[in-house]
Design a protein around this ligand. Sequence first.
Ligand code: RFL
Ligand code: PHB
Length: 425
Amino acid sequence: MRSTAIEWQSRRFAAWVAFTERIALLCSHKQTGDAGMRTQVAIIGGGPSGLLLSQILNQAGVETVVLERATREHVLGRIRAGVLESGTVATLRAAGLGDRLDREGFYHEGCFLTDGDLSIPIELDKLTGRGVTVYGQTEVTRDLYEAQDAMGTTIVHGVEDVVIQEATGTAPFVEYTLKGARHRLDCDYVAGCDGFHGVSRKTIPEDKRQEFERVYPFGWLGVLSKTPPVSHEVMYSNSPRGFGLCSMRNAELSRYYIQVPVGTDPNAWSDDQFWEELSLRLPKETADRLVTGPSVEKSVAPLRSFVSEPLRWGRLFLVGDAAHIVPPTGAKGLNLAVSDVYYLSEALIDALKSGNETGIDGYSDRALNRIWKAMRFSWSMTTMLHQFEGESPFEAQMRRATLNHLSRSETARKDLAENYIGLPY
Ligand code: RFL
Ligand code: PHB
């Protein structure tokens, strides 16, 4: 009899606890849409920066949640970078992403610059002991998604209205909308990997950041075509009609670009017009070998140099295109994103695993040191190879003299090669 009363009382107590918990849950639902999640590092953006950071942190036993605005298909559909520095390749290998990269990536011992019919081989490997690897950003991203799936990490797609809260406090959190409901993600740190148009950089008050920018008065019209590449190495061409670039993804897939005025509509260019204009910007001997075909993708990318300093605001860190943009002429954007991730992952692991905050305190300066040198290189390659509207004939002569000097001076070629293959981390 007595035990039945105790049982009854404890059942009432349990029901009361369940009731109060339910009320608490309902209150938090009202505020945030659910009871909230917790992770160690909240990563905004599931492009190459965000995914690689998540990969390295999870490998080290640090929990992450990636919040990505777009669908996975959309992220994988973006045709972007193609040239990986050896430091990038080493970082990807160390993160367990080397298998397909080593099988399908193409090691390039050099690249070419041309000016009219003058062709200047830049023997990267011979001059520096290292080359570059041609492997599309799309493939890097695909490998990252597969590795993340295998590890069972959390990537939330389709998030909207991301707001980073309390970044300068000790308990930051991120709010976002998913399928109409508001959610809350508590964390120790936030990594802003959401590209140039993301919310992370804009979360830092204007008076706490300094921006440096150069917008170029032209863009790149890019075409992907199922045709064999015209050159076995990447070729950057200066010509009186403007810049042209011949690149590739594999033996049957080529990527070409031409400089076009800012604001150009890619659909205003037929494939035939594109091939004709590209041919006119290449050395005749190269143009004669060009195999043309229907484009499978055509888009225009604007060109800008941009840096926002510092890369840290309290517990929020900026990574990759969220903090800096380079014109693609030096093939540095993705590579810089990878070196940022390398520095930040090391710092966050130290802070979260050993309580050592020296790395996170030094992250911004360490990353910016490398970023500014890549900025300079990308700007100088852009200036050397593009025609600026309204420029005087003097500017064209300077470009030609620089290219002429490169063709004669191994010292000049070595300097270019050292920057192109990527400065040390
Ligand atoms: P990304 O790739 O822009 O990814 C950011 C991700 O964040 C998501 N996002 C948000 N998610 C949640 N909430 C929000 N509010 C969000 N806002 C945005 C986006 O959907 C996206 O998925 O930045 P990340 O990860 O920093 O990566 C940077 C690289 O993509 C970029 O630097 C390179 O593509 C640049 N680049 C090149 N880099 C190289 O190293 N070598 C090259 O050969 C090279 N060629 C190129 C390039 C870029 C180009 N374009 C299109 C500008 C060639 C071109 C034509
Ligand atoms: C590319 O293959 O898309 C590519 C190659 C070299 C660059 C930029 C883009 O500098």
